[in-house]
Design a protein around this ligand. Structure first.
Ligand code: TYD
Length: 209
């Protein structure tokens, strides 16, 4: 059996890490092997590209360069890590995937449709089985993220950039409601978890797990 590919999306400070732990517990309790990964990153090459992308001193990076490096990191990650794990039947939980490029580069950087086109090659057509969009107001999310620590190159962008990213996520969720589940991330950690578990339960029933 091919495994399950689950992705989490959302602006800064949406609480993805906590929910990744909850999703892990959900599947481990059902006896499945769960692996975690993240984008940009997840392989040695992709983590090196991540360092370039998030480095605050790379302020001169052009939007197209940025988009292509995210896609390059993804191409390696999909082929070296994600696909082999899915072929072994594992549950792959990935912190961000191609929707991040649509939200941040197509909408945030206003690069438009070329982002989806490039990423079709990067992913080789791999789509998540389910994506949780942890929906949090950009201002509230940013306040949480800056409390948690140092802001990276993308997080340092102005608020209007983050509002465009938010609009991007809204459009992605609207266009693909079967795959993308919007979860109101302004609520408590437990309420968010309960919401996610309902969707996971349904997914398991559909897949006969
Ligand atoms: P990370 O520290 O993983 O962010 P977070 O904790 O918010 O998930 O840093 C990843 C940053 O890269 C984040 O600001 C979103 C951005 N990003 C893109 O702009 N495009 C992409 O395709 C991906 C995967 C991430």
């Amino acid at each position: 059996m091919r495994g399950l590919f689950i992705t989490l999306e959302g602006g800064d400070g949406a609480g993805k890490s906590t929910q990744i732990r909850n999703i892990t517990r959900f599947f481990e309790e059902r006896g499945l092997v769960v692996v975690h990964t993240r984008e940009p990153g997840g392989t040695q090459i992709s983590e090196k590209l991540r360092d370039i992308l998030l480095d605050k001193s790379n302020s001169e990076m052009s939007p197209v360069t940025e988009m292509l490096i995210y896609a390059a990191a993804r191409a390696q990650h999909v082929r070296e890590f994600v696909m082999p794990a899915l072929e072994r039947g594992e549950v792959v939980i990935c912190d961000r995937f191609v929707d991040s490029s649509i939200a941040y580069q197509a909408y945030g950087r206003e690069l438009g449709s070329m982002v989806a086109e490039v990423n079709r090659h990067a992913t080789g057509g791999l789509d998540p089985d389910i994506t949780f969009w942890l929906d949090i107001d950009p201002e509230a999310g940013r306040a949480r993220a800056s409390k948690a620590g140092d802001l990276d190159r993308l997080e340092l962008e102005k608020l209007d950039f983050h509002y465009r990213v938010y609009e991007g996520y809204r459009k992605i969720a609207e266009a693909d409601p079967e795959r993308v589940r919007r979860v109101d991330a302004s609520r408590s950690v437990d309420e968010i978890r309960d919401d996610i578990y309902v969707h996971l339960q349904r997914l398991c029933e559909e897949k006969g797990i």
